[in-house]
Write a protein that binds this ligand. Structure first.
Ligand code: NAP
Length: 318
């Protein structure tokens, strides 16, 4: 069985930044690429808010650059996804693609979170062509355009309120007549004159023309009739799912499934296992914050492998 000093699980900005730092610390990290190599940024087009790129950079190119940078310093990459881990004893074991098991002295988990999609016809193929799951990333591209936001939670309210600064008009589509969002967020959205409401409407399909979104077909749940809300932009804001199922309950998670870490560092509830990026961050979810947390995780691992890391889990819970 191959033995590694550190394995990094997932290759979004957090995992790849951890790989760069761990490789430069001569730890020869072994990086498992995951289900979605490069993470959520490979699903977007232009990234204009990652520092250092005054003209922006395409999401997939940014991720290729990060990967090449890590490889240059000696990180090893393996395609595939982690199906099982055993964190109950050291060295830890990590199984890739069901049957390829590796040993590691330390593990960095950076498996990210996946934005939930509506899973309706026409949606997935229009990601990056009018369908987005990130207002902060893509709102700017919809200046003076019509926008639809789907969802009735805090994220949808927040994204809709943010997006009205760009949109010519904006409609919130929600499948029930009452919102799930907190009162303060609802009030803010209700006070916004640019926002229209399509409540009790279930999304049915995404309509497009010439590879651009043109509308969202919805079914009015009261009448059963369908109609098309014309729009150039569709923001799906129905929550994220952290990719932690493979852990099988071996780390402490929050009620939604995000990994709990010590607020002062990247330690998880198991000594020698660290977490970074969206898999432990339900709040900021930005490429740059994920990259920053990847740097922290690699530095923590370096200390841990030197025997100089203080694992104080009581601090995380207190
Ligand atoms: P959420 O609270 O789970 O809300 C998801 C929304 O999407 C719900 O309204 C849900 O409808 C709808 N939805 C789910 N699946 C759907 C589907 N297949 N088709 C159509 N609609 C669907 O998720 P969130 O808004 O991302 O919030 C996640 C957590 O972060 C929450 O605890 C929230 O309070 C927190 N948050 C806080 C802030 C803030 O305070 N500033 C900002 C953002 C998020 P139903 O209501 O019918 O289930």
């Amino acid at each position: 069985m191959a033995h590694h000093r550190v394995m990094i699980l997932g290759t979004g900005p957090a995992g790849l930044t951890a790989a760069i730092y761990a490789a430069r610390a001569n730890l020869v990290p072994f990086v498992v690429e995951g289900n979605e190599p490069g993470g959520q940024l490979t699903l977007t087009t232009e990234v204009e808010n990652f520092p250092g790129f005054p003209d922006g950079i395409l999401g997939p190119n940014l991720m290729e650059n990060l990967r090449a940078q890590a490889a240059r310093f000696g990180a090893h990459f393996q395609e595939g996804w982690v199906t099982r881990v055993d964190l109950s004893r050291q060295p830890f074991t990590v199984t890739v693609n069901e049957n390829d098991t590796h040993e590691a002295d330390a593990v960095i988990i950076s498996t990210g979170a996946s934005a939930k999609l509506l899973e309706i016809p026409g949606e997935s193929e229009m990601i990056g062509h009018g369908v987005s799951t990130c207002a902060t990333c893509d709102g700017f591209f919809f200046r003076n355009k019509r926008i639809v936001v789907v969802g009735g939670g805090d994220s949808a309210m927040e994204e809709a309120t943010y997006l009205t600064r760009f949109a010519s008009e904006l409609t919130i589509v929600h499948r029930r007549s009452t919102l799930r969002a907190s009162k303060v967020m609802q009030d803010r959205a209700h006070q916004d004159e640019k926002i229209r409401w399509a409540l009790d409407c279930t999304p049915v399909s995404v309509r497009s023309e010439n590879n651009q979104v043109r509308g969202l077909e919805v079914r009015d749940n009261k009448t059963g009739k369908t109609k098309i809300i014309e729009t150039e932009g569709l923001f799906v804001s129905i929550g994220h799912r952290p990719n932690t199922e493979f852990l099988g309950g071996q780390l402490q998670l929050d009620p939604v499934g995000y990994i709990l870490t010590n607020p002062r560092n990247s330690a998880t509830s198991v000594k020698g296992v660290f977490a970074c990026g969206d898999v432990m961050d339900p709040h900021y979810r930005q490429a740059v914050t994920a990259a920053g947390s990847g740097c922290r995780a690699a530095m923590d691992v370096e200390k841990y492998l030197e025997g100089a890391f203080v694992h104080d889990w009581s601090m995380a819970l207190g």
